[in-house]
Design a protein around this ligand. Sequence first.
Ligand SMILES: [Zn+2]
Length: 269
Amino acid sequence: MMNIQMLKNKLPFIVTLACCVTVAGLAAGVRAADSADAAEAAAVVSPKQVIVLDAGHGGLDSGCVAVNGTYEKDVNLDIVKDLGALLTLNGYDVVYTRTEDISIYDDGVEGVRNQKVSDMENRLEIVQSYPDSVFISVHQNQFTQSEYFGGQMFYTTNNSANFRLARTMQELFSQIQPGNDREIKLIDNGLYLFKNTKQPALLIECGFLSNPNDAANLSDPQYRKKVAFTIFTGLEKFFGEEADDQTKQDVKSKEKKESGETEGLLYMQ
Ligand SMILES: [Zn+2]
């Protein structure tokens, strides 16, 4: 069983990797400085966007169990690993709360309840170690009536971008799940990992394991890949819209400058 210390040992690797990228970027910047000023060279260095991925449950905690016997923890992990691979391939830095079928409680903690508390504390510590990240937690839903189906996004108001992230993702899930007209839902702040999380964060319930069709789909590795790709597309769209907003803001700012208006307000934090 992997403990939190082992997991933490992986974190400096990611930081080191980011540093390497920065150093490489700096070296490129020095070469460019021959023909550009220092400010332009510094702009060459852009840190990678970090995505923290949380596969819900793990180890003794199976999460919910599908009508066909599939464990939620396994579906979550599979989707997160596929998603992480896609993100890494596309230049993001990915941090995982778990990459195996484990609970990440501290060594020496005894009793299922205490282990669960320790596991959640350690997950939160990882999430909060990357304040500039986007946090995605992947789960599967369950309900007493089997007819309920489809993915649903849950968000908090802790970050102003959360609503947009949730809405973007919900739209894409509706495209791969015909008939899914679920609406995004505000989390009542009772969820431990989301309560004090300030960066953009989203809880994705990919479907209902209590629904036979969703359960059959989510038990299929190919469908899990499709879900992972959907989440990846949603994140790309989210960052794309953010960049569009910034460009619009820059154009507006330039226009104001040219028309001689004061810029004071734009720079106020
Ligand atoms: Zn769950």
